[in-house]
Design a protein around this ligand. Sequence first.
Ligand code: PLP
Length: 459
Amino acid sequence: MNQKNTAGPKAKAWVARDERVISSSYTRSYPAVIVRGRGLKTWDADGREYLDFSAGIAVVATGHCHPRVVRAIQKQAAELIHMSGTDFYYPSQIRLAEKLSEIFPGKEKAKIFYGNSGTEAIEAGMKLARWKTRRPRYLAFTSAFHGRTFGSLSLTNSKAVQREGFGPLLPQVDHAPFAYCYRCPLNLKYPSCKIACADYIEDEIFRTRVPAEEVAAIVVEPIQGEGGYVVPPPEWLVKIKKIAEKHGMLLIADEVQSGMGRTGKMFAVEHFKVNPDMIALAKGIASGMPLGVLLARASLMTWPPGAHASTFGGNPVSSEAALVTIELIEKQLMQNAREQGKYFIRELKKLQKEFEVIGDVRGLGLMIGVELVKDRETKERAPELRSAIVEACFEKGLLILGCGPNTLRLCPPLTAARKDIDRALGILRAAFKQKTEQPKGPTANGKTPRRSVRHQKTV
Ligand code: PLP
């Protein structure tokens, strides 16, 4: 896998064809044209091998084409591919709902609504919250990402380009500061701040512009995903839950990215010992088969027939893939994510000692962010360097993605073994070396080399 890889001839040809027919709105960082995947390995159209630490945007929790998932899909596809849970009954959907209800955190069991994606799960939560409370407003957080359909986009607050040209969005959605301690929105320091960013909701937002009794729900990512893999301090979500309860609002946890064992627990909220009223799931739940799920306390999901539905939601093949995925996560992958995540973070912190440009290493389980800066003191963001590292990793055979403006997102399948992490660390170290260090002394062309980025103020 010691390859110097931009894109081979076949990959180049596919990219050219893609450009002619596929929407220009997608955000490809490099020309990876993937045709096959097994476990953590993927191969491109030219037969080049890559170690996948993106998991198809945190989706293939059990690795690519886990044999048990493949068997479950094949078996179900041979029996029944579609019937629509909107108008008919079928066992896979019911068995999966029973399982999800059982693992829903809290005393009350959940009822389940099925869609096909994260954004649909969020839309369902937004609608159910309005329907149940008869209140119009929502509260979300700065840098949040909840999806791209109009309801969820109104909560999304991550990058301006995601909203530009699409307004007007849902009115009466407000954003409170997320507990991003590395860049405290209130310029305070944890723990002496006493989680002032949560108090800000009542002290400022509810006092000055948002009548609390009009808010149907607070929608929150327990660990922020697209916004930069930001882990809030432990007390923060507890405070948010208390605020919601005090004012009769529902708490919707968006676990589309942080759920399904990725953080070392089935749901990230469990790290904070908070029981939300609803949980939105997608991505990792069915190992790559499309499925979005809203879990809500059973006493909330009382809307009448016809109030909400989705033709494809919870189709039998996705439901069977999800049942096997959950079994594998419960039996071993959750624990693996916890153990390997601890090791990965420890080693990344060592890398941070080597490279000044690594401003912050954070994460839980295998949901890890590495934030890059031009200067550790000023914390000036290094978005160009981030992109350069992502590309250099691709050239060296490692697939990773960015998140936020300047953070590397490390979210391998939960099957990642120590040897995979060591291999990824080796490639990351080589990429950092290549992109931040220049050879010492005069170069072959006799010119003085540029100063190392590690020591530069700007990249
Ligand atoms: N919520 C979170 C936290 C996400 O990370 C995403 C996607 O990245 C979504 C919602 C939207 O999911 P989808 O792209 O499946 O609609």
